[in-house]
Design a protein around this ligand. Structure first.
Ligand SMILES: NC(=O)c1ccc[n+]([C@@H]2O[C@H](COP(=O)([O-])OP(=O)(O)OC[C@H]3O[C@@H](n4cnc5c(N)ncnc54)[C@H](OP(=O)(O)O)[C@@H]3O)[C@@H](O)[C@H]2O)c1
Length: 314
């Protein structure tokens, strides 16, 4: 008599079965939780991003794949879904799938506002308010967990709109995002001067500039951090192509490259949640494994950096 896993292993062959075992093992463990510094509310440390993936899949009618990804997110202990009006059909599609699956209230909805673009352009406050109402409609929820000013677009105009909605109880948390080093000095000023719950920042094992000033400041000011681009839009996977995860990664329970990269980030105490994007349920489960089990300590994190830095850039 063989069990379900053995049956799958036979069907997939030895190599795939090894990967499957690693993923199942990781998924069976619970996802670590981190507190949102401003309230103490706990969030699973691994979530789901949706920029390129959801908009592309929506264009090509590949909704079944995304349905499986969102189902896996929630079933395996994740919660945060990062989206934005600027991500094509992402809000519409994720809201629709969540309603169909009946999981809308099991998701921590993180979306954004920006009608000013990047840089010095001014935002029309009426257009920003209308964009936010559109997000409520598309996500199909009466309260949005988090709205952030996207890419630091006219923060002086758009952040007060978010503060007001938070006061009214329509949104729970507010923040500001950037993934551009040329905006780090400006976001630092906003972090020092505004009552933010979150910032969204680019951070990856081979993209560590935020460790210098922004992550320590987030801890000092009790601002939560959502990590964006944790795989450098998949460039990290190209960098390690053809290489096995080092044996010593077992010391912090990483059995796949995705888990190795995510555990490096989760090992930083300023990080509240990491939102890798994926179009594949198996990768979603793999990623949630990056938030399970042991995390690397400071010495191990230095070893991980030395290893990745020694590889040729992708
Ligand atoms: N300014 C901002 O506010 C801002 C800017 C950039 C990004 N973001 C947010 O951050 C999120 C993440 O960034 P991103 O989507 O650009 O890039 P990313 O998460 O660094 O990388 C996504 C890529 O990694 C692959 N991948 C995911 N899990 C994998 C796994 N376990 N094994 C192998 N490959 C895997 C995906 O391919 P598969 O589909 O094949 O899995 C996808 O191509 C965005 O979706 C967005 O929500 C915000």
């Amino acid at each position: 008599m063989i069990n379900r896993r053995q049956c799958l292993e036979l069907a997939l062959g030895a190599g795939a079965a090894l990967t499957l075992n690693a993923r199942l093992f990781a998924a069976q463990q619970s996802v670590l939780q981190r507190a949102i510094p401003s309230t103490g509310e706990m969030l699973p440390i691994i979530g789901l991003g949706s920029s390129a993936t959801f908009s592309a899949a929506a264009r090509s009618d590949e909704l079944d794949g995304l349905r499986e990804v969102m189902k896996s997110l929630v079933e395996h202990g994740g919660k945060v879904l990062d989206t934005a009006p600027g991500y094509g059909a992402s809000e519409q599609v994720s809201g629709q799938i969540a309603r169909e699956l009946g999981i809308a209230n099991r998701i921590f909805w993180a979306t954004k506002v920006n009608v000013a673009g990047r840089g010095a352009a001014k935002a029309d406050p009426a257009a920003a308010a209308a964009q936010i109402e559109d997000s409520f409609r598309k996500l199909g929820v009466s309260k949005i967990d988090l709205i952030q000013v996207h890419n630091m677009g006219d923060v002086a105009t758009q952040l007060p709109i978010l503060k007001d909605l938070k006061k009214q109880g329509r949104i729970r948390y507010i923040g500001v995002t950037t993934t551009s080093p040329d905006q780090y000095a400006a976001i630092e000023q906003v972090m020092r001067n505004e009552p933010l719950d979150f910032v969204g920042l680019d951070y990856a094992i081979d993209n560590r500039d935020v460790e210098q000033r922004l992550l320590p400041l987030a801890m000092e000011r009790k601002i939560g951090v959502l990590v964006y681009l944790p795989f450098g839009r998949s460039s990290l996977f190209r960098r390690v192509a053809g290489r096995s995860v080092p044996d010593w990664a077992k010391e912090f329970d990483a059995t796949t490259w995705a888990q190795f990269f995510l555990k490096y980030l989760a090992g930083h105490p300023a990080v509240t949640a990491i939102t890798p994007s994926t179009t594949k349920a198996a990768n979603m489960i793999d990623n949630l494994g990056g938030g399970s089990g042991r995390l690397p300590d400071a010495a191990m994190r230095r070893r991980m950096v030395e290893y990745v830095d020694s590889l040729p850039a992708a």
